[in-house]
Design a protein around this ligand. Structure first.
Ligand code: ATP
Ligand code: MG
Length: 556
């Protein structure tokens, strides 16, 4: 958005600058974005994507997309496809598309090499047993009774593991490092486990799969990645990352960790998002309440607003939680600049202008976007029968009420000043119609000497089109869902409100899926893909109220 903004700098860029000065990677910068295809990408991934791709672009380097597909049971082609779609939509293009599973053979050979070097051994402890041998931060681990097998025996057993001679989980290949190491990741970590699982790319070729730690660094190394940027939880894995590369004597990238993004009122782990989808608690991965990229896209977020958000939150080394209002403020700013203004009445109340000629439809001229003169104007029909927002009328108004009430005057946006003369109620006493008068001299909103403070949006009844409008609130009632127990218990039962029979100005008839508008006085809305020829559906992207700007102002 702000193309003229100075190039951001942060601790990652400072490290890269230092490498460029010292010539560590001959001035090369190559990064990768390494998702595990076990779910859809979320706004946290968008932060990582902006860092990985942004840094490569800034330094004239390249950024690869690597699927970290070493967990076949949880992975799927559907996720691979969605990941690619989401990255492109965010506005980035990878240099190479790569898969960790393409390196299985090479990784296996490297595992044999470590066995031959006496740096890896086959362990017969069950995973549970293994855990009890591991010790804790307070106490050292215990060495496996299988730790001192001969190289020949280890090699034979490892080959038989690969050949499928042993049941799942019965043996592992472990690195022989140090059971007394302060860093638990160095206590003879598992390199391979036996698991008969079908892999979406390698099929049934393998029944042993490498662990993340034995795959990630070597994959980076194979691809010539210079800066392997990841989130803080991998900081404790860096010594192991470096250990494997050194033990194998292969090219060693620099791993750099940054803080994960957390957002208030939502969850960010793929496991939890998957649970919401699987348990039918949301409509799918692209439910507009989800923090997924596809959910935000469907909601009406623009790629620019998400990139702007990533820029505003910056890159830090300590974990923190970002107020979701910052994200909302980014889309609000973006749509304020570009969304066409229209009038839509979400909860209609009928108004009849009794002194307006019956059967006449007058075309009034309305500005499309006061923020953008180039957006031009449009015609909006005005007639005797109108709809206004039910909440813009009070029979018994409180003090300072500038909207409509019996006897009160209001301005109808782009149209006339009207006065409420009478109220029509149904048998139950509910107000169903307002009988009003208008002053023809006030066309365009000229007050003609009287003071009229309220301006309402409205839609002419006969030309109005109907729509369904979905209003969203936070998916969770708690800032940090699950903080006091099960995150599901914190779901907001009122996160979706569906309104039908909303009335829109007729120009919206041809709105296409994904089109975004400002509904005057209401917020920003986007045409939902559930729309079909006779049924228009809108999602509320965000309200107009900019609480964030106020908070920011207060904070100085
Ligand atoms: P999750 O815990 O949500 O399943 P993950 O870390 O397992 O996420 P990956 O697919 O492994 O998901 O992530 C791909 C890349 O995105 C990694 O480099 C990871 O560090 C980064 N990433 C994931 N979540 C976030 C986040 N919340 N903020 C910033 N980066 C993230
Ligand atoms: Mg991961």
């Amino acid at each position: 958005m702000s193309t003229a903004a100075p190039t951001p700098t942060d601790f990652i860029r400072e490290i890269i600058d230092e490498h460029n000065r010292s010539g560590r990677f001959d001035g090369r910068v190559r990064t990768r974005f390494p998702p595990e295809p076990n779910g859809y990408l979320h706004i946290g991934h968008a932060k990582a994507i902006c860092i990985d791709f942004g840094i490569a672009a800034q330094y004239g380097g390249e950024c690869n997309l690597r699927m970290d597909d070493t967990n076949p049971e949880k992975e799927d082609q559907e996720y691979v496809d969605s990941i690619k779609e989401d990255i492109r939509w965010l506005g980035f293009q990878w240099d190479r598309e790569l898969y960790a599973s393409d390196y299985y053979e090479q990784l296996y050979e490297w595992a044999e090499l470590l066995v031959e070097k006496g740096l890896a051994f086959v362990c017969d402890l069950s995973v549970d047993k293994l855990r009890s041998y591991r010790g804790s931060l307070m106490e050292p681990g215990r060495e496996s009774p299988y730790r001192n097998r001969s190289r020949e025996e280890n090699l034979g057993l490892f080959r038989r593991m690969r050949a499928g001679e042993f049941p799942d989980g019965s043996r592992t290949l472990r690195a022989k490092i140090d059971m007394r190491a302060g860093n638990l990741n160095l206590r003879d970590p598992i390199m391979y486990r036996i698991k008969r699982a079908h892999h979406q790319r390698t099929g049934d070729k393998w029944c042993i799969y490498p662990m993340y730690d034995f795959a990630h660094g070597q994959s980076d190394s194979i691809e010539g990645i210079t800066h392997s940027i990841c989130t803080l939880e991998f900081e404790d894995h860096r010594p192991l990352y470096d250990w494997f590369l050194q033990a194998l004597g292969i090219f060693a990238p620099q791993q750099i960790e940054f803080a994960r993004l957390n957002l208030t009122y939502t969850v960010m782990s793929k496991r939890k998002l998957l649970q919401l989808v699987m348990d039918g608690l949301v409509r799918g991965w692209d439910d507009p309440r989800m923090p997924t990229i596809c959910g935000l896209r469907r909601r009406g977020y623009t790629p620019e607003s998400i990139r702007e958000f990533a820029g505003r939150i910056g890159v830090a080394k300590t974990n923190s939680t970002v107020d979701v209002q910052l994200l909302e403020s980014c889309i609000r700013d973006d749509l304020n600049r570009r969304a066409k203004r229209v009038m839509a009445v979400l909860r209609p109340l009928k108004v009849v202008i009794e002194n307006y000629p019956e059967g006449t439809v007058e075309q009034l001229v309305a500005e499309n976007n006061p923020e953008d003169a180039a957006a031009g104007t449009r015609e909006v029909p005005f007639a005797r029968d109108l709809f206004i927002e039910a909440e813009d009328f009070r029979e018994d108004p409180p003090k300072q009420w500038f909207r409509l009430a019996p006897g009160a005057l209001v301005r109808l946006k782009h149209a006339y000043i009207i006065r409420c003369e009478r109220v029509v109620k149904d048998a139950s006493g509910r107000v169903v119609e307002l009988q009003c008068s208008y002053d023809p001299a006030t066309r365009g909103g000229e007050a003609q000497g009287v003071k009229v403070r309220g301006t309402l949006h409205w839609v002419a009844a006969t030309t109005a089109i109907d729509a369904e409008v979905r209003l969203y609130e936070h998916l969770f009632t708690q800032e940090n869902p699950g903080e006091n127990g099960d995150f599901i218990a914190d779901l907001n039962p009122a996160s979706l409100e569906t309104l039908t029979g909303c009335k829109l100005e007729p120009g919206l008839r041809d709105a296409a899926v994904g089109d975004r508008f400002q509904f005057l006085r209401q917020g920003y809305f986007c045409v939902d893909p559930d729309t079909c020829p006779d049924h228009l559906v809108f999602d509320r992207v965000v309200t107009l109220r900019d609480t964030w700007a106020r908070i920011e102002k207060k904070q100085g």
